[in-house]
Design a protein around this ligand. Structure first.
Ligand code: MLT
Length: 265
């Protein structure tokens, strides 16, 4: 995978190259760009897809200390990557934590976004009980490693349907969750400290697609519906049978929704 030096970080990214509007896909937590394999496999020949490993995840090097993980640091890395690729504007897509990063980019670099895809995410900051949970999870990672959280988290991430009937998706997610303990802790901290982005919703003026798994337990369909009611002209697609990782759990339906959105752009 190519790499670029950004703010002292070796940022690795995938880029299919090609003509036309580029689509930048930002992964969730605790994942990396391989989360987007189902989109690269199906759409990567027709659409220019770019997916960075956010700092500390996948092949990207971690920042020197825990304070180097934040939504604004993730977002400025992405903006620097766009500079490096000489892309003034892109279609920006993010799943879950990738959506939190997308909101941060929209806040600071709205001119770079010509279309928006928000998948299984929310604009609000963490509720107090979620903040407490993240703190406990970070403590557990420090004591027992990120691997100790994989199984309990998979229960929340994947729908029951996926867990029962899609062993290949379960396996793929397990592999993608093998991340450095520093990044487990840094990512949890970054999500815990993220700003509320609800104030941005009414002012989003680019075409927006909102995708959500029918059984998403982390950013449920009601949250997606609420965002779609506030973002002018947003389109909402609910993916049947999928949980929180809808691009992996219902790849065909996710890809169809993304393709038709891109065609209309
Ligand atoms: C993610 O998928 O990025 C996380 O589950 C998001 C979160 O925990 O808020």
């Amino acid at each position: 995978m190519p790499r670029v030096q950004v703010d002292g970080i070796d940022l690795s990214y995938r880029d299919t190259g090609g003509e036309g509007a580029a689509v930048v896909l930002l992964h969730g937590f605790p994942f990396d760009s391989t989360l987007w394999d189902p989109q690269f496999d199906a759409l990567g020949r027709d659409v220019r897809l770019i997916a960075p490993d956010l700092r500390g995840f996948g092949g990207s090097s971690p920042p020197p200390g825990p304070s180097g993980y934040s939504m604004s640091a993730f977002a400025s890395d992405v903006a620097a990557l766009l500079d490096h690729l000489e892309l003034p504007q892109v279609v920006l897509g993010g799943l879950s934590m990738g959506g939190y990063v997308s909101f941060e980019l929209l806040r600071h670099h709205p001119e770079r976004v010509m279309g928006l895809v928000l998948a299984d995410t929310r604009a609000e900051a963490d509720a107090p009980e979620v903040r407490d949970k993240r703190e406990a999870q970070a403590k557990q990672v420090a004591e027992r490693g990120g691997g100790s959280l994989v199984l309990p988290m998979m229960e929340a991430l994947l729908s029951e349907d996926t867990r029962r009937n899609r062993p290949e998706a379960v396996r793929a997610l397990r592999v993608v969750m093998e991340q450095d303990d520093r990044s487990w802790i840094g990512g949890l901290e970054a999500m815990r400290e993220r700003a509320d982005s609800s104030d941005l919703l009414d002012g989003i003026s680019v075409p927006t697609l909102i995708v959500v798994g029918q059984h998403d337990a982390i950013a449920p369909p009601d949250v997606a519906r609420g965002m779609s009611e506030r973002i002018p002209g947003a389109r909402l697609v609910v993916l049947e049978g999928a949980g929180h990782v809808s691009n992996l759990e219902a790849p065909d339906a996710f890809n169809a929704a993304l393709s038709s959105f891109l065609e209309e752009l």
